[in-house]
Design a protein. Structure first.
Length: 377
């Protein structure tokens, strides 16, 4: 009896377990060797834990700017983040600094250095509005048709893409290989605050924007170092909602959302509950489309809750398998609006100890872990 049971069920078990660890397939059939490897290893590393990232980590911290090897993360926990986020906004205008003042030549150097150390690079783009000539947050357009082929703003838009493509193509490793980039374009598109957002571009227009940009980079510009991220904000109520503007499996490798806690500390429980729901939905989407999940951006500005990392964030996310979480930038004081903005502690901040505890958790992976995992081999 026992034998029969085993014979009948053993093959079924093998099939089931191979389905569970289904291989991811990168959407660009011509992706470079290193890009394919990074993608494959991002998939595998989910069994170990999740990489932790920080926007603009090497460029500045709350109380410093452009000082070699400095990092608020390094100064609080003794290691760098595994994921380095960078932002290209204003490159399309031919400027030599991005919209937050980071010089593009420095950015390139930071990217090369952290790649050589085994880190992961992700890039976002708060592109200026090619229709109105204002910034990314000008959502006054009701359509984006005019930037597509035949439209009055098409040529201008293409020059924007050329500038971005030139930057992405110029990121080279020591052996001349292009550095793989997790490219997270047209993000938070389910929200309404960007010119490509929910009230300013229809779902079909959004899909076309995503596809056009990707095809232009791949086919016209010959870029094959991109891992594509489809990145929503947090308006979605279910998987269908999340996928409403999905451009198609051949244009997407990763799925992610951006989420911020706002308001007072006592909103922590509510945020944690919501985050759990967003993670759960993301998990379903990732399984359904066979794409790698991530948290594109997260944070609680100034971290007023000194236990936020281990008591609010960690319990909601650690139940799920996902590849990385990126904290937004430690801008510090911003004279342009008199605000202070940062999402990771600096030396002496009241959440420093808690962040150290988060660092020591076996599931969180920082640069030393990423480096040991040899993600590009
Ligand atoms: C926002 C803020 C802004 C910044 C923008 C792009 O969320 O940090 O200050 O200009 O991201 O980096």
């Amino acid at each position: 009896m026992k034998m029969i049971f085993k014979n009948l069920f053993y093959p079924a078990l093998i099939v089931a377990s191979s389905l569970l660890s289904a291989q991811y397939k990168i959407s660009d059939s011509q992706a470079t060797k290193e890009t394919q490897k990074l993608f494959e290893n991002l998939g595998k590393a989910q069994d170990k834990g999740y990489f932790v990232g920080h926007q603009d980590d090497l460029a500045y911290g709350v109380y410093w700017k452009y000082q070699n090897d400095r990092s608020d993360v390094k100064e609080t926990i003794g290691d760098y983040p595994a994921v380095f986020g960078w932002e290209l906004g204003d490159i399309e205008l031919g400027k030599d600094k991005n919209l937050d003042g980071v010089p593009f030549d420095k950015m390139k150097q930071y990217i090369r250095d952290s790649y050589e150390k085994g880190g992961i690079i992700t890039i976002s783009w708060h592109a200026n509005n090619p229709i109105t000539g204002k910034n990314a947050w000008d959502f006054s357009n009701k359509s984006i048709k005019s930037i597509f082929s035949g439209g009055e703003n098409h040529q201008k838009f293409v020059t924007y893409l050329d500038k971005v493509a030139d930057f992405l193509a110029d990121l080279k490793g020591k052996n001349g290989e292009t550095i793989p980039i997790i490219w997270r374009p047209w993000h938070e598109h389910t929200g309404t605050w960007f010119w490509w957002g929910a009230n300013s571009a229809s779902d079909e227009e959004y899909k076309e924007l995503f596809r056009f940009t990707t095809d232009y980079f791949r086919k016209t510009k010959g870029l094959h170092n991109l891992i594509l991220g489809y990145n929503t904000s947090i308006e979605f109520k279910n998987t269908e909602d999340f996928l409403k503007r999905y451009p198609g499996d051949e244009y997407v490798d990763m799925v992610s959302f951006d989420a911020y806690q706002r308001g007072s500390i006592d909103k922590g429980n509510e945020f944690a509950k919501n985050l759990d729901f967003w993670m759960n939905t993301l998990d379903e989407v990732a399984k359904k489309q066979n794409k790698i999940p991530a948290i594109g951006e997260i944070g609680y500005n100034q971290i007023p809750d000194s236990k936020w990392f281990t008591e609010v964030l960690k319990p909601s996310i650690e139940k799920y398998k996902f590849s990385y979480v990126l904290f937004w930038r430690n801008a510090g004081f911003k004279p342009e609006n008199n605000e202070v903005e940062y999402y990771l502690p600096f030396k002496g901040h009241s959440a420093e100890k808690d962040f150290m505890k988060f660092y020591k958790d076996e599931k969180t992976l920082f640069l030393k872990d990423a480096s040991n995992l040899k993600l590009y081999k």
